[in-house]
Design a protein around this ligand. Sequence first.
Ligand SMILES: Cc1ncc(COP(=O)(O)O)c(C=O)c1O
Length: 421
Amino acid sequence: MFGRAQGGEATIAGRPIAAILREAAVETPAYVYDVGAMQDEAHELKHAFGAQAHLVAYAVKANSAGAVMRALLDAGCGAEVGSLAELELALEVGVPPEAIIVNGVAKTDAELDAAVASGGVGVCAVQIDHLAEILRLDARAVALDRPARVSLRINPNVRADTHAGIATGHDEAKFGIALEEIGEAVELLRQSRQLLLVGLGIHIGSQLTRTNEYLEAARVLVDAATSYEAASGDRLELFNLGGGFGVDYGEGSCAPPAEFARDAARLFKERGLSTRLMVVEPGRALVASHGVLVASVLGHKTAGGRRYLLIDAGMNDLLRPALYGAHHRIEALEASSGAGQRWNVVGPVCESSCDFGTSMLPDPPPSHVVIRDAGAYGYSMASHYNGRPLPAEIFVARDGTIRVSRASDSARWLAERLAAG
Ligand SMILES: Cc1ncc(COP(=O)(O)O)c(C=O)c1O
């Protein structure tokens, strides 16, 4: 949890961030995470399901650090993965295959094979994204001589109230099977040789700040499942509502993850589904608020009447502002007194979109700043653009001890690029 000590300095997990950086002996930019608080988020979410059978499949793409994955596994989470590497990571960390959901619009044969071959009966479910994938997965499962547990990811045609780039449940989105195609999908599954339909799933998007659309889509899912069961006489094992629980990036008024779980559990109770496995796939909500990105201030300048604060973190370290126009609160690392100024905080990358927006910061400017709520889709989206190293990461455990993952080696990047071609 980010906070401020009595003296005014920025803290995480109750420890001054400046002291953590000194102890870690890393250069900025550096991510610092409160791993215990991430685990507490998972416990709180799981508690909110009450008597509802559930699986919290943590979306690995949000933050794939081993320390984070292990903490969430200890809290009873499974994993939602979107690539072969994420599947391998989840398995290596120790997530049981039966607690792993495999997603993806365009899965490779290698990804399908690994999902089918994991553990005794494969993963909990491979979420089928479109009709042709049924034929492809069946062919892979036949080749491997193994059954495959599948769930149909349906597109409920519900438009989430979020950024267009992360709204995935409306009818023009590239994700999922249209409602009117479910019958055909079921027929293809019936004709398949190795596929076993265990559930239906949805995921309407990310950074949902209210439960309305999530529940609307959940009702569509439950209705589709009820129709399927009535027509087939089969009983589905799982109902996957997807992730997307939002976090408060400073705007206020964001429904907490527990509210999504409680409301969904209430709906399931009304529909007599409390004993069926409700799967949710949260990423951001478990980790975003418990990570910060610390940057050094390199200077400042004025252009066109704007006061730019120049920092050493760029869009390659934290892409969300450039990608989605996201705004993260930025604060001074150390205690500061005196009047604040509105600064336009920008990074070093040669793109105008390497811009973290405006924040009130002391004048004269601080030596370091903290970019808040950077625990999700931060490091996991980081790149070497402009030949920049990947940032360091510091993991603060519940007892205050730290583990450090150092910034990537620039010399390696240089050698690899020189050798390319
Ligand atoms: C299928 C699926 N599930 C879960 C998630 C996690 O979303 P969030 O981090 O918003 O909870 C995503 C995000 O892209 C996703 O595509």
